[in-house]
Design a protein around this ligand. Structure first.
Ligand code: ZN
Length: 561
C-alpha cells in the first residue's frame, strides 16, 4: 500500500488494538450541545406489532417528514438532475459525501461558495456523512464491494483511493484527484462538515467488513467510540465557527455481534447526539441485515431520529420502517435510472404473473440442531386447488421479463422498442406525466443519450418519494405495512419473503448438517410452505443497498397458490 515517496510509511494498520487506549474525557453535561433550530417529534406509532412510527424532523432549512428517503448528491450534485427537478419530485432531503468533497474541490471551496445548500441551490434539509465509510473501503477494498454489493469501481467512487495509514489518530491517504496527501481525523471530519454546512452531520467512524473476527470488530467498535467522543468535543469546540446551526449524529457499530451492538447502542444512547445512525457491518445478506437491524433497534432509545446508513432497497425500507428507522440513503434509485432502469410497482406486472409467482411461508421452524424431515398438507392441497409446483426453469429470463415480477425494469431491453406507453401510466412523476414513452426512453438508453438516464432518474426519485409517502400515510392511518408492501413488491420480493427464504436455507443447512452426523433426527411439524424466493432481494439493493442496475433475480423457486 505504500506508494512512491512513502516507502517508509507503515502499512495499513488493520488492528485497532493498542496499549492502554483510553476514552477521551466525557463532555460535562453543562457543555452538552443543545441543537437550536432542530427538533424531532414522533407523530404516530403503529398500533400493531411493529415499531413503525412517523415523525417530524425540523432543521433550520425545513422539515423532513419521516420515514423519508435521502438521495445521494455524492459530490454536491445529483447525477443527471438539478435540485429544482429533485424538488419537483417531492424530495425532502439530500446528502453529500465529506470524503469526496474533501478531495475535490476541498471544503474551503464549498464554504466560499456559501455552503452546500447555496452552491447546489438545494434550499432544504441536507446531511453529510463523515467520510468513515470511505476509510473503511480504502482499508478493506474488495470486502467493501462485497458488503455494498459492488463490483469494482463505482460511479460514486470511480477511482478507489489509496490509503496510506489508519490508526488511532485517523487516516492518511493519497488523493485520487491530484495525488496529494490528505488526512481525515475525527476533528478534521467535523471541521470539513462545518465548512460544507449541511444540517445533519455525522461522527467519524470505521465500518468493518462482516468477515473480520469478533476481536477485530470489538476493537474497531471501541475505537469508533473514541472517535465519536472526539467528534463530539470538536463539534462543541467549533459551535460558533460554522455559518449555521448543525446537529450531530452518533453511529452505532458492533458488526453482526449482539453484545457489541448492545455495547455500542448503550454508548451512543448515553451521549448527547441529536440523532442516531445504524452503521457498520450489517452482514452478508439482506436477511443478515434484517437481523442486525432488528436486534440493534431493540436497544436504541426511541426519542431520537434514527438513520440506517447506505440501505435503500424497497423491501429493506419496509423492514427498517417496521423497526422504527426514520431515514434511509442509497445510491440505487439514481444509479439505476442513469443506467436505464425504472422502479416499478406490482401494478406493472400482469396479474397472472403475480398470482402464480411465489408462495413463501417459512417452510421450517429453524432448529440449529438439524431438521431431517418435514410434513405439510401443502403439496396435496395445492394440487386439489389447481396449483402446480414449478421450478425456476418455469420462468423465462431475458426477453421474458414481463413474466417474472421484479422491483424494476430495464428500458434497454428490446421488448420496449415500439412500446408507446409511459413507464407507468398511473405515475405522477414529471417523466410519466409528460408522456415520455418507453419506446423513446429505450432509444435514449440504447443511443447513450443523457436525457434518457435523467428522465428515468426523475421517475425513480419521484417513485421513492411516493413510496415513503405511502408508508407514512399507512402508519398514520393504522394500516398494516404489509398491505402497503403488497402494492409495491410482488410475492417473492417482499421483506417477509426474504426472511422466509433465509429460514428455508438455514433449515436446509441444518438438515444437511444433521445428515453429516448430527446427533438426532428432528422433524419440523406442520411446516406450512414449500417454496420461497431464492435470492429474492427486492431490487439489487440488498445488504449494502445500491448494488445495482435492474434486478436480475429471475431464478425463483415458485409454488403456485
Ligand atoms: Zn414515472
Amino acid at each position: 500500500m505504500a506508494t512512491d515517496g512513502h516507502a517508509a510509511e507503515p502499512l495499513v494498520e488493520h488492528k485497532p488494538r493498542g496499549p492502554n487506549l483510553k476514552n477521551p474525557p466525557l463532555l460535562p453535561e453543562d457543555q452538552w450541545p443543545t441543537y437550536p433550530g432542530f427538533n424531532f417529534e414522533i407523530l404516530h406509532r403503529d398500533q400493531g406489532d411493529s415499531d413503525a412510527r412517523t415523525g417530524r424532523l425540523t432543521t433550520p432549512h425545513g422539515v423532513v417528514e419521516t420515514p423519508a428517503f435521502i438521495f445521494c448528491a455524492t459530490k454536491a450534485a445529483i447525477k443527471g438532475l438539478t435540485m429544482e427537478q429533485m424538488k419537483a419530485c417531492d424530495t425532502q432531503i439530500v446528502l453529500s459525501n465529506t470524503y469526496h468533497l474533501h478531495v475535490q474541490p476541498g471544503s474551503e471551496a464549498i464554504r466560499d461558495m456559501g455552503g452546500l445548500q447555496k452552491a447546489t441551490n438545494w434550499r432544504g434539509p441536507m446531511l453529510t456523512d463523515s467520510g468513515g465509510y470511505q476509510i473503511f473501503s480504502m482499508g478493506h477494498g474488495s470486502v467493501s464491494d462485497e458488503i455494498k454489493g459492488r463490483r469494482g469501481a463505482t460511479d460514486a467512487n470511480p477511482n478507489p483511493p489509496s490509503l496510506l495509514s489508519i490508526g488511532e489518530k485517523g487516516a492518511r491517504f493519497k488523493s485520487y484527484h491530484d495525488g496529494s496527501i490528505k488526512q481525515l481525523s475525527p476533528e478534521t471530519s467535523i471541521q470539513i462538515q462545518r465548512d460544507l454546512g449541511a444540517d445533519l452531520i455525522l461522527v467519524l467512524d470505521e465500518c468493518t467488513p462482516f468477515h473480520v473476527d469478533k476481536e477485530y470488530t470489538a476493537a474497531s467498535t471501541r475505537r469508533s467510540h473514541r472517535w465519536a467522543l472526539r467528534s463530539l468535543n470538536e463539534f462543541v469546540r467549533t459551535a460558533n465557527e460554522g455559518a449555521q446551526q448543525q446537529a450531530l449524529y452518533g453511529i452505532i457499530q458492533g458488526g453482526v455481534y449482539r453484545d457489541l451492538r448492545a455495547e455500542s447502542a448503550a454508548f451512543v444512547n448515553a451521549q448527547p447526539f441529536f440523532g442516531i445512525a445504524v452503521g457498520g457491518s450489517l452482514g452478508a445478506s439482506a436477511a443478515d441485515m434484517y437481523r442486525v437491524v432488528d436486534m440493534t433497534m431493540a436497544m436504541v432509545r426511541r426519542d431520537r431520529p434514527v438513520h440506517l446508513l447506505g440501505i435503500g432497497g424497497v423491501a429493506d425500507i419496509f423492514n427498517g420502517v417496521s423497526h422504527g428507522i426514520g431515514t434511509f440513503d442509497c445510491v440505487h434509485p439514481t444509479r439505476l435510472g442513469r443506467h436505464g432502469g425504472a422502479l416499478v410497482r406490482v401494478r406493472h406486472w400482469p396479474k397472472s404473473a403475480c398470482s402464480l409467482a411465489v408462495q413463501s411461508s417459512p417452510p421450517v421452524h429453524t432448529n440449529p440442531r438439524g431438521i431431517d424431515t418435514f410434513d405439510c398438507v401443502h403439496p396435496t392441497r395445492l394440487g386439489r386447488h389447481g396449483g402446480a409446483l414449478v421450478r425456476a426453469r418455469h420462468w423465462s429470463r431475458g426477453g421474458g421479463e414481463g413474466q417474472v415480477p421484479r422491483a424494476s425494469i430495464q428500458l434497454a431491453k428490446g421488448q420496449f422498442r415500439g412500446d408507446a406507453r409511459p413507464v407507468d401510466a398511473e405515475c405522477g412523476c414529471p417523466t410519466c406525466a409528460a408522456g415520455y414513452s418507453r419506446a423513446y426512453l429505450h432509444h435514449c438508453v440504447r443511443a447513450g443519450e443523457l436525457v434518457g438516464g435523467a428522465l428515468l432518474t426523475q421517475h425513480n426519485v419521484w417513485t421513492m418519494n411516493a413510496l415513503m409517502a405511502d408508508v407514512r400515510a399507512a402508519i398514520a392511518a393504522g394500516t398494516p405495512l404489509e398491505q402497503v408492501e403488497d402494492h409495491w413488491l410482488a410475492p417473492g420480493l417482499r421483506s417477509a419473503d426474504i426472511v422466509a427464504a433465509d429460514a428455508m436455507r438455514r433449515g436446509g443447512a441444518a438438515a444437511a448438517a444433521a445428515g453429516d452426523g448430527g446427533d438426532g433426527s428432528v422433524a419440523a411439524t406442520h411446516a406450512t410452505g414449500v417454496a420461497a424466493a431464492a435470492g429474492g432481494r427486492s431490487d439489487g439493493g440488498g445488504a449494502g443497498g445500491g448494488s445495482g442496475d435492474a434486478a436480475d433475480d429471475g431464478s425463483i423457486t415458485a409454488a403456485a397458490l
